[in-house]
Write a protein of this length. Structure first.
Length: 278
């Protein structure tokens, strides 16, 4: 299976993503209009207590964009269109998320609730609550795979994105409204990135592909040294980093050393100029 079909037009898929975004936007607007942007946090945290804190901490780490790059690295050469769409979508969603965080600078649960009302797992964060950046990252990662695999085959990826979002409440880092906004921005950014990656194919060229993969390798290599406030996830970060760097070595470096530069670049030949299937 290759990813050439990613650049085909899928009106039903586009309509479904837009409908979900509108549903999220309506729910978000409802919470804002009633003035209860903290709603649901305490019941959600209570529900999360049925599972251990280390599990939620591990799940929340999947919202780290570097972990997603690590998971993707062994497949970048096989699915270059997916990789390019993910990069564009992540950049768009990330810029929207960062801009809103700075613009609103809303307090996180730890800055509002009494210590007896909240369970904190990992670092105690107090500012820039809206939206949840981990949720943005997780949901933007979903869209290209949904377009390629379809809803049923991509269900495990969607499920993990939902769990990442819920984990941000479970670890005490975000309000439910932050997670909802993060899902909306992630889906919208991922969908826009998919559309733009079809039109602007610069990242599918051999040189740009290698440049983007090299940046991904550097980012993945930092995983064992920076847990972003979750030091107990070090074993998982080491595994993710080893997976990504090992996959890069097997897929890119070993064929290059064994058979030469052209053998590695052969799967990318003509991809930037290919035509979308009808």
């Amino acid at each position: 299976m290759n990813d050439q079909g990613l650049h085909a037009r899928h009106p039903a898929f586009d309509a479904t993503i837009l409908a979900i975004c509108l549903l999220f936007a309506a729910a978000l607007a409802g919470l804002v209009l009633v003035g209860d942007t903290y709603a649901g946090f305490i019941p959600a945290q209570a529900a999360s207590a049925v599972l251990p804190g280390w599990l939620w901490e591990s799940l929340t780490t999947l919202g780290d964009g570097r972990v997603q790059l690590a998971l993707m690295l062994p497949f970048c050469l096989r699915y270059p269109r997916v990789f390019w769409a993910l990069v564009v979508g992540a950049l768009l969603a990330g810029m929207m998320s960062r801009g809103l965080k700075v613009w609103f600078d809303l307090p996180r649960p730890a800055a509002v609730l009494d210590a007896s009302q909240i369970t904190i797992v990992g670092a105690r964060l107090t500012s820039h609550s809206f939206p949840s950046g981990h949720t943005v990252s997780a949901f933007s990662f979903v869209v290209a795979w949904l377009a390629l695999l379809g809803w049923w085959r991509a269900l495990p990826i969607v499920t993990l994105a939902v769990l990442v979002g819920f984990s941000r409440i479970a670890v005490g880092a975000h309000w439910p409204v932050d997670v909802l906004a993060g899902a909306l921005i992630g889906l919208a950014g991922g969908w826009a990135g998919l559309r733009l990656s079809r039109r602007f194919r610069w990242g599918l060229g051999i040189g740009p592909h290698w440049a983007l993969v090299s940046i991904a390798v550097i980012a993945v290599a930092t995983l064992p040294f920076d847990g972003q406030g979750y030091p107990d996830t070090l074993p998982w970060r080491i595994v993710a980093s080893a997976w990504g760097l090992g996959g890069f070595a097997l897929v890119y470096l070993l064929p290059w050393l064994r058979d030469g530069w052209q053998s590695v670049n052969r799967p990318l030949a003509g991809v930037v100029d290919d035509r979308c299937p009808p």
